[in-house]
Ligand binder design. Structure first.
Ligand code: URA
Length: 241
């Protein structure tokens, strides 16, 4: 028999409130399973086979979610914060009970590709430096770009606190603009790498993770779900695509 899940768990996961609120919702007659009103929130249902509706609206349940967000400036890469808006606040209610979190962090002023999921194993494979998943940034920099910047990034820069970086790439991609590829995600990594070669980062934008690029149709603050192929694309190198 396919996996079953309690109705209140399914509805909590899809943002319909606390267990108590869902019990009330069921008691009010707003919830139906396979077209029949269901007043018992402890009923076991089979996601994918049973159809659950709330006030006539179908509830779409998936255990794991995989989203791409165009992170705007001024938003924290965190799940909650008492003072500032977080990337989770940019998502609709349907995700509020699913335990989504950002895969790694972008600084508050960094923009671009941020992945969100509730699948811890997938996230770990992306963020672990041992997995060598390349993350590509466009940095607008102030200062004079050293002629040997590519070699210095490739050799493994040493940061101000003595941290030795894994080999990275830096290529001049415009006037005062670098395309930087790193395979780890230490605190302020790219800004500190640039500082190590005498450059100040004025703006930072992430464009790619593995061979998954930020969808150009997204605008700052918008998101979409990843396809299965895109979920795997983060583990492929752009060179092999
Ligand atoms: N490196 C940084 O310095 N900041 C980011 O947000 C991401 C990478």
């Amino acid at each position: 028999m396919a996996d079953t899940i309690r109705l209140d768990k399914l509805l909590g996961h899809t943002g319909w409130g606390t267990r108590k609120e869902i019990r009330e919702l069921c008691r009010s007659g707003a919830v139906a399973v396979n077209g029949m009103s269901c007043r018992d929130s402890s009923l076991k249902v089979q996601p994918g086979r049973d159809t659950v509706t709330v006030k006539g609206e179908p509830v779409s349940y998936e255990e794991f979610y995989y989203l791409m967000l165009y992170k705007p400036e001024g938003i924290l890469s965190a799940t909650e914060d008492p003072h500032a808006r977080t990337v989770i606040d940019l998502l609709p209610r349907q995700f509020s009970g699913a335990g989504l979190f950002p895969v790694g962090r972008l600084d508050k002023d960094t923009t671009g590709l941020l992945l969100l999921t509730n699948d811890g194993q997938w996230a770990h494979r992306i963020t672990s430096p041992k997995k060598h998943v390349p993350k590509v940034y466009i940095a607008r920099v102030a200062g004079s770009v050293p002629g040997d910047i590519g070699e210095r990034f490739a050799a493994g820069l040493v940061l101000d606190d003595g941290l030795v970086c894994l080999p990275a790439k830096a290529v001049c991609s415009g006037e005062g603009e670098l395309t930087i590829t790193v395979q780890e995600g230490k605190f302020h990594q790219v800004k500190r790498m640039c500082a190590a070669v005498g450059l100040t980062v004025e703006a930072l934008h992430r464009v790619r993770i593995g061979s998954l690029s930020l969808d150009e149709t997204l605008t700052p603050g918008t998101w979409r779900s990843l396809t299965e192929t895109e979920r795997d694309a983060v583990f492929r190198s752009p060179e092999t695509d």
